[in-house]
Design a protein around this ligand. Structure first.
Ligand code: FAD
Length: 345
């Protein structure tokens, strides 16, 4: 479908909320949206859907939204694919954004592709970087090079390569973005945004899905994305029981335990604690990689940590190439000794 792409203006972000609380990704997207909008000399609009959620607009303003479009409707109380898709498609058709970014959460991964198909554009899923630039990246004879395009970067082929993707013909340019990768801006108390109430004219009855019961997740695993100190273990730890020595170190540091995928696959730790491409992206102040080799898919989730300390018995392990400090040796000796030392301080 050919569009008049000139009609489309502004950077829009999806403000995901659950039970009336904004998800962290909503604020990260506004942070990134502001950088993109500055490059395009335009504004950031957060789109907030739900029931009785208008009060959240102020928080979005304080994190940098210039405008908040609110679709407040009882049909949007809980997340359901169809009414949320209808609402976002209606917002896009009415306001014509140039860029629309959504968090690659469980909700965003469901919603993003449906909305993009509904409005007739493309979507790049699970991006780790977004920039404004030229497409194609280098001029090719006989091919028009377009400027100010959204360049969407994501791992491809199982993380073995990084692809940069553009959507030059259609608008909006849409992407889902991994939580934890982009950074939110400092909160500015009292900052103001234009708040626009929008009636998306949702269908009365949703014919596809009826919610019968909501079963809350009662698991008590800690949120590794919020942790300032992570003590992460890999296959080298050897067993679920041996994770106790990592837990002792984490407790001594007031930190949290996380792990590699090999550990989750072995059934030693729950998936919620997995760091990496198919796990969570973390950015703590301090990241211990203990008995972790440093596969590219693991690095993708932790290499932005402020300080990385690796403990591995193999001095050639790739993890040492990203570590700020490396200790070569047996983790079974080093970790308990470190814990004792820290406790004694
Ligand atoms: P290993 O690679 O087996 O490394 C174990 C390390 O422990 C070794 O370096 C060894 O020298 C060291 N060691 C052993 N014993 C000791 C000891 N006593 N003392 C000190 N060191 C010791 N992986 C992730 O982590 N997260 C992901 O999200 C992820 N997503 C993936 C997605 C795809 C599509 C694919 C194909 C793979 C993915 N992987 C992911 C898997 C990844 O490729 C690696 O297989 C995995 O990270 C390896 O985990 P590991 O480092 O714990 O184990």
């Amino acid at each position: 479908m050919r569009q008049n792409t000139e009609e489309y203006r502004g950077v829009f972000t999806f403000a995901q909320q659950v039970d009336g609380k904004l998800s962290g990704i909503s604020l990260e997207l506004i942070g990134k949206g502001k950088d993109l909008a500055a490059d395009l000399n335009t504004e950031v609009t957060a789109v907030l859907l739900g029931s009785d959620i208008k009060g959240l607009a102020q928080e979005l303003a304080e994190y940098g939204a210039d405008r908040v479009i609110v679709v407040d409707d009882p049909k949007l109380k809980e997340y359901r694919t169809e009414p949320y898709t209808q609402a976002l498609a209606a917002v896009i058709n009415e306001f014509k954004p140039e860029i629309f970014i959504i968090g690659a959460t469980a909700i965003g991964r469901d919603l993003g592709p449906r909305v993009s198909a509904r409005v007739g554009t493309g979507l790049t899923a699970d991006c780790t970087q977004l920039d404004i630039g030229d497409y194609p990246l280098v001029a090719i004879a006989g091919r028009e090079q377009k400027h100010n395009q959204l360049l969407m970067t994501r791992p491809a082929f199982g993380g073995n390569t990084i692809a940069t993707i553009a959507c030059p013909e259609n608008r909006p340019q849409m992407a889902t973005v991994r939580p934890g990768v982009m950074q939110k801006k400092e909160r500015v108390a009292g900052a103001k945004a234009e708040v626009v109430d929008f009636d998306a004219k949702l269908e009365e009855n949703n014919k596809y899905v009826e919610i019968l019961e909501i079963v809350k997740n009662t698991k008590t695993t800690e949120d590794i994305m919020a942790a300032k100190i992570l003590v992460s273990g890999g296959r080298g730890v050897g067993s679920a029981e041996n994770f106790k020595i990592l837990k002792d170190l984490a407790d001594a540091l007031h930190g949290t335990v996380s792990c590699s995928r090999a550990v989750v696959d072995a059934g030693w730790m729950p998936k919620d604690l997995q760091v990496g491409q198919t796990g969570k992206t973390v950015r703590p102040h301090l990241y211990f990689a203990i008995g972790i080799s440093g596969a590219i898919q693991h690095l993708a989730g932790m290499e932005e940590s402020d300080i990385i300390i690796a403990i591995n018995k193999d001095e050639n392990a790739p993890i040492f190439s990203v570590a700020d400090y490396g200790i070569v040796g047996d983790l079974n000796k080093i970790v308990p000794a470190l814990t004792e030392k820290i406790k004694a301080e």
